[in-house]
Design a binder for this molecule. Structure first.
Ligand SMILES: [Ca+2]
Ligand SMILES: [Ca+2]
Ligand SMILES: [Ca+2]
Length: 447
């Protein structure tokens, strides 16, 4: 079932046709793929399509809107097809099907949400300052805070940024500009999808947006308001990636874990596959929170520890080398720490490995290859060490700060057994047996 939510954000009547283009292997169960659309100003309507097809491969449909009377004009949005409750569902940014790009490459305009701006107030340090809040729409279409995004104030007349800052965890920012001759000058707030820990980009171009220019007032904080990134743009989807990676930062900061080792990690999207290579994370689909969590887990593994990984092909339910299974299993485990509930009785992923989805990390299916040469069992063993849901012989729950400290302590570890040797050394003698029991019930054998 695919719901295309059409929203006319203008004041005028919009009429035309909406066409759903399905990928090969998919067909509509009933009705046509084309439908006439007429919406009054401000009106919203849901158009439902019921489709069937094979979701074994990644599938993306396209919704194309053609306004009546102008046969050449059209706009389109991507619809990601996913399995939900046994049926096919669509996931899209393109609630308002939007033009593909409104301005230059990777730079887009921000709109301001309706609402009164606050009058300038005196700034705490006496400098001129700008404040505001950044928001965007998440993959489910809900407004979310634009967290940990770089903000620069660029002179409207051109030139280098006069000041730089970061949005906080609620999307708020306040940047002050030193200098006596600033008052009365115009600046454009520019937002970049990254910070000192990561940068989301396409080739060498980061995703950036600019807000309307504003004029600074001497010694005062000027309010830029609630700024929102429109839906349906490539950068709106890049923002989902940024959101997902923000949770990796949360995993460390919420536990006050030191992250001085964390150098900036490049995130390339869209890329030709999902993988980590040469210190960069490459991604294909922005809504796949668990695939992103896994690939970013590799980046954390190689940036923050001295562990080693074997290479080569790997199938999640088969056995291969211990070192490849360790690095793959750790990456999946880290994705779980970032995105899954520690107390979940059936913790699982959604998009990871469609052939076997959902990948269940608390309860591994019996047909999966046994032992620490299998990544699924490695991730499940780490999960039981961490999770608070007691199942079988799992009666322990070590939080991520502990597990990370052990990872840091290990010297060139290349297997789960290597990691276990570190844990055994660090744990009080009375806790070793319970920790081993907890990990072993996932089908690995530890000495
Ligand atoms: Ca378990
Ligand atoms: Ca546990
Ligand atoms: Ca458990």
């Amino acid at each position: 079932m695919l719901d295309a939510v059409l929203m006319n954000t203008s004041d005028e009547l919009v009429a035309g046709s909406l066409e759903l283009r399905l990928p090969s292997g998919f067909e509509l169960v009933s009705g046509g793929t084309k439908t006439a659309v007429a919406l009054r100003g401000g009106e919203t309507r849901t158009q439902r399509f019921v489709a069937r097809g094979d979701l074994g491969v990644r599938a993306v449909a396209e919704a194309v809107f053609r306004p009546a009377g102008t046969p050449l004009a059209f706009s389109r949005g991507r619809v990601f097809l996913v399995q939900r409750d046994g049926a096919i569902a669509g996931l899209t940014t393109a609630q308002a099907i939007d033009a593909e790009a409104v301005s230059g490459p990777n730079t887009f305009r921000l709109a301001r949400l309706p609402g009164a701006l606050e009058a300038p107030v005196p700034s705490p340090d006496g400098n001129a300052a700008v404040k505001g809040r950044l928001t965007w729409y998440d993959a489910n279409g809900n407004l979310a805070a634009g967290r940990f995004v770089t903000v620069e104030l660029v002179p409207a007349a051109g030139g280098q940024p006069a000041a730089k800052g970061l949005t906080d965890q609620d999307g708020n920012f306040q940047i002050s500009v030193a200098g006596a001759d600033i008052a009365g000058k115009s600046f454009v707030p520019r937002f970049t999808l990254g910070n000192e820990r990561w940068l989301v980009k396409k080739s060498d171009k980061p995703y950036t947006w600019e807000a309307a220019a504003l004029t600074l007032a001497g010694g005062s904080v000027v309010d830029a308001g609630d700024l929102v990134l429109p839906k349906g743009l490539p950068s709106s989807e890049a923002a989902w990636i940024h959101n997902t990676i923000s949770k990796a930062l949360d995993a460390f900061t919420s536990r006050s874990i030191e992250i001085g080792w964390w150098n900036r990690i490049g995130i390339e999207w869209p890329a030709d596959g999902d993988y980590y290579s040469w210190s960069e994370v490459n991604l294909t689909e922005p809504h796949q929170w668990d695939v992103i969590g896994h690939e970013f887990g590799h980046a954390i593994f190689f940036t923050g520890t001295s562990s080693q990984a074997g290479g080569g092909q790997h199938k999640i339910d088969e056995c291969y080398s211990q070192s490849l299974a360790f690095s793959e299993g750790w990456a999946t485990f880290f994705g779980g720490v970032c995105h899954l509930d520690r107390g979940d009785a059936d913790a699982k992923f959604q998009f990871l490995v469609p052939r076997r989805a959902p990948i269940r990390i608390e309860n591994v299916p019996a047909d999966v290859c046994m032992g620490e040469k299998n990544e699924w069992r490695v991730s499940a063993a780490l999960w039981d060490l961490y999770d608070t849901h007691e199942d079988g012989n799992d009666k322990v729950a070590y939080d991520f700060d502990k597990i990370w400290a052990w990872m840091r302590k290990g010297n060139r570890m290349g297997s789960l057994s290597d990691f276990w040797a570190v844990i055994k050394k660090e744990l009080p003698a009375g806790e070793i047996a319970a920790a081993r029991d907890s990990m072993q019930q996932s089908g690995v054998t530890l000495k």
